[in-house]
Design a protein around this ligand. Structure first.
Ligand SMILES: *[C@@H]1O[C@H](CO)[C@@H](O)[C@H](O)[C@H]1NC(C)=O
Ligand SMILES: *[C@@H]1O[C@H](CO)[C@@H](O)[C@H](O)[C@H]1NC(C)=O
Ligand SMILES: *[C@@H]1O[C@H](CO)[C@@H](O)[C@H](O)[C@H]1NC(C)=O
Length: 301
């Protein structure tokens, strides 16, 4: 396990440096979410995260944030496959935990679960818990990870992205990001991340406090993020994107802002959650633990 993660990290680092353009909430989206989060970590969080990261991540959470995607199809890990999404009933355009997350086996349930591992320091491997939380925080912000059950979150909506055959899920995972890298960011993920950090500081700064906070001071509130996602999926992702259509400039230019904002929100909320978990203030931590348990967050798998 350790060795394969190490090999995998090495190949991702290579990818990141060599073929920016080919990167994609595929690898690129997750990298961006975690890289943005890192720049919002408080001091205690930085220390705690570095302690949990494998040495070969070189202190970079972003370098290992796609690990759950890499393992999810392996026989010993395929029980994690359903933890990456929370599909919703066709055309309902809303999300409900009890309906869409049976037995906690979905992306929101997984976030509750692994956050409680980190808060309570259960005996579960906390390195893995950190990587799962970091990855699923990205996934829950991708609108089609809360897409319709009937088309598997857009995976069965086969269409064209410009002249390329693909499906709607991949458009939202990768294609919009890839096209943006080429058109606006000099084919460089780090240029894009830099631009998002700038937007966070100067454009979205007034929104950031409301993105960070959770109702009732919960540690994390993935149900809210999932509700936002299916709302965006209905209003933007599915709109004008039926099977057989060709998506081009109009779709790209009108949806890019949403993809960028969701990546930024994912990063901000990952940082806010980890900051709350690793807060130095033990009194705050204690009351946070109570809140977490009061809010039905304890779902150990
Ligand atoms: C925790 O998980 C990571 C990643 O799977 C692995 O490399 C590491 O050896 C594990 N640590 C322990 C103590 O099992
Ligand atoms: C996981 O893989 C095993 C072996 O290939 C298979 O029997 C099982 O149905 C898979 N489970 C899931 C949830 O995909
Ligand atoms: C764009 O990328 C190329 C290749 O990496 C680099 O040489 C060039 O300086 C970059 N341009 C800008 C404006 O950053």
């Amino acid at each position: 396990m350790g060795l394969s993660l190490r090999t995998w990290v090495a190949s991702i680092l290579l990818l990141t440096h060599l073929v920016h353009g080919a990167l994609s909430w595929g690898v690129g989206g997750h990298y961006a979410v975690c890289k943005i989060a890192q720049s919002y970590f408080e001091k205690n969080t930085l220390v705690a995260v570095k302690k949990l990261l494998p040495a070969y991540a070189n202190g970079e959470l972003a370098a290992v944030c796609s690990w759950p995607d890499e393992i999810k199809r392996r026989p010993e890990w395929n029980w994690t496959y359903a933890l990456h999404y929370a599909d919703t009933p066709n055309y309902e355009c809303n999300y409900e935990y009890s309906r869409d997350c049976r037995n906690g086996k979905c992306v929101t349930g997984a976030i509750f679960n692994y956050v409680s591992h980190l808060v309570f320091q259960f005996h579960y491997n906390l390195t893995e818990a950190l990587l799962f939380v970091s990855h699923f925080m990205g996934d829950v912000h991708q609108p089609l990870h809360e897409g319709f059950k009937g088309d598997q979150g857009g995976n069965n909506v086969k269409l064209n992205w410009y002249n390329q055959e693909t499906n709607l899920h991949r458009v939202c995972d990768d294609k919009i990001i890839e096209s943006a890298l080429k058109k606006y960011y000099n084919s460089s993920l780090s240029v894009m991340i830099h631009s998002l950090l700038n937007k966070l500081e100067y454009g979205w700064s007034n929104d950031v406090p409301s993105w960070e906070s959770c109702p009732g001071h919960q540690t994390v509130c993935p149900n809210r993020y999932a509700s936002e996602s299916i709302d965006l999926a209905c209003k933007y992702a599915y709109k004008d994107a039926t099977t057989g259509t060709t998506l081009g400039d109009y779709y790209f230019l009108s949806r890019l802002y949403i993809v960028e904002k969701r990546i930024a929100q994912g990063g901000i909320r990952l940082a806010a959650t980890l900051n709350r978990i690793f807060s130095s203030n033990s009194e705050a931590r204690c009351s946070m633990k109570l809140r977490l348990s009061c809010n039905g967050g304890i779902k150990v798998m």
